[in-house]
Structures are given as structure tokens and as C-alpha cells.
Design a protein around this ligand. Sequence first.
Ligand code: NAD
Ligand code: SER
Length: 317
Amino acid sequence: MERILVIGAAGQIGSELTLALRKVYGNENVFATDLRIGPKDLTETGPFHILDVMDDKRLIHFVIRHKITQIYHLAAVLSGNAEKLPLQAWHINMASLLNILDLAKEVEDIHKVFWPSSIAVFGPSTPKVNTPQLTIMEPSTVYGISKLAGERWVEYYNHKYNLDIRSIRYPGLISYKTEAGGGTTDYAVEIFYEAVRNGAYESFIKQGTEMPMMYMEDAIDATLKLMDSPKENLSISSAYNLAGISFTPEQLAAEIKKHLPDFKISYKPDFRQQIAESWPQSIDASVAKNDWGLNVKFDLAKMTEVMLSEITKKIKG
Ligand code: NAD
Ligand code: SER
């Protein structure tokens, strides 16, 4: 029987991935943990604990006490926040991953680990359109450097210790349940809240900046598919490229206007503009499609419709 530990479960991805894992493995077998208390549906449908991934001693006790067999390590400092405190972000992102990798090596019961990478592993010298799985990677953000170093460590542990650690380079994720956690792609989540609340949004990303994005349901589905695939089907032992939809702020605004004709967007780019410009515009995910059947269901129109309707329900009841 699988017993799964989710670290960073109260965040944008964790708050949805944990519930999806509970559906597959049973509520009582999926242990949600975070530094902060999670939403009610996490705390009330299964075990929830406050746990700091940096506390390696408590972590190993937790894993042994609860007979954990798989870990999903989602805690990290995202791109925008990381630029404000680069050394702290580097420390948290790297030390937490190394804690988990070492646990996987030391604790025999742990047979699978998931750790997300990001499109931030790419940099200004990477081909921007249809970015290949294997290409030039010179990230210019501390977040991207930590994700690229993380990918190298994942591959190293996989090969050196014959472990099964799997990873995806998520694009910007769009969801309505939990607000985004300090990234550069967050504008594409904030815009929906502001459209519903005020009918207007001032974007910190400027017109014409195309970034790769994905609706959360597709990202969760991809994560479960990758984790469920037979190991022998996987040709990548670092992190898989993942692609959903690519759009610019004005394309997203135009789609929102179809539902809210008076919606207005204005632009006031900040430091995150430079980060956005260093990332790809679109991603080639053909290896993920071939190896484990990545299948994306949400396009821009479908995602916009669901986001507006769910956020309207959330805000206006
Ligand atoms: P988030 O910031 O919304 O959630 C992270 C969670 O980790 C938070 O709830 C936070 O409280 C928790 N956390 C922070 N420090 C912790 C610690 N020391 N111990 C335990 N918990 C701690 O982030 P997210 O968007 O859910 O991202 C999850 C993972 O996916 C991260 O590794 C991120 O880099 C990656 N990722 C996210 C996106 C995206 O668009 N959301 C894209 C690419 C990659
Ligand atoms: N959405 C994330 C960020 O902007 C990408 O990893 O930081």
C-alpha cells in the first residue's frame, strides 16, 4: 500500500494535487504537510501536519513514523520572490531538495519521489520558440539556477543510487483555488481576480510578452500520468518539458473581454518583465507525449471560461 507525503501541500499546486492523490490512494494515505495551515478541504479530508522540510531530523522521523513510500516535494521560493532574497531562496530551494534526495537514498521504503522543475531552467540564450527538451540552458534568475542545479542533482541521484525521482518543467500554472505563490507568471492568475473584482487590471508584464502556461487540471493530470508510468518507459531521468498554451497579456485580456466586454488592461512592467523575457515563448513537449502520454485539454478559451466562472463564484458567491 502506498503512503504519500506531500510537502508544500497548502500552495497553489499542492492544494489541488493532494486532493487528486487522495482520490487515487485513499484520503488516509496521503499526508499533507506545510509550514502554514492548509485550506479546509485539505485539513478535513485527510491527515494534515505542520512540517518544515528544512528540519531534516523531524522530516526523517515523520517519514519513518508514517511509513511513507512516496514523496511529492513542492516547497520552494518562486521566481519573483527569489529575486528579492537570492541567497535565502537558493538555500531553501537547494537544501530542501537535497534533504529529500538523501531521504530517498537512506529510507528503503521510499521508492518514488516527485519534485517539480520549471521553464525557468531556460535562459536568454535558449531557443525561444518550441524550446526542445535538450538545449542551451543558461538561466539568469536565482530561481532558474536552483531548478537547473536541482535537475542535475535529481539525475545524479537517479543514476548513482538507482533511485526513481521524477520531474516536470512546469510552465506558468493557472488556477482559481489557491492564489499563486510569488512567480513571474502570476499575472495570468491575478488578472482574473481583478477582472471580476474591478473590471480592470494593471499588468506587471508588458504587451507582446508570450510565455508558456497551463491550466491546473492539465498539470495535475500530467503529474499523475508521469508518476504512474512504468519506469522503463521513461527516457528522461532529469525533468520533462511540459507544454500547454502560450499567450501574451493582450491575448488573455482579449479572451476575458469576450465574457466581460468592459474589461480594461493597462501595463506597468516591473522587475519580473526581465525574468519573463529570459524564458521561452513556447515549449516542445513531444518527449513527454511519447514517453508517458501527455494530453492537454484546456486551450485559452476553455481556461478563461472556467477561471472567470469559478472566480466569480468565489468572490461574488
Ligand atoms: P506555492 O508558493 O504556492 O506553494 C509552496 C508551498 O510550500 C507554500 O504553501 C509554502 O508555505 C510551502 N513551504 C515553503 N517553505 C516551506 C518549508 N520550509 N517547509 C514546508 N513547506 C514550505 O508554490 P506552487 O506554485 O504550488 O509551486 C510548487 C512547486 O512547483 C515549486 O517547486 C515551484 O517551483 C514549482 N513550479 C510552480 C509553477 C507555478 O506556476 N505554480 C511553475 C513551475 C514550477
Ligand atoms: N510560475 C513559476 C514562476 O513564475 C514558473 O516556475 O516562478
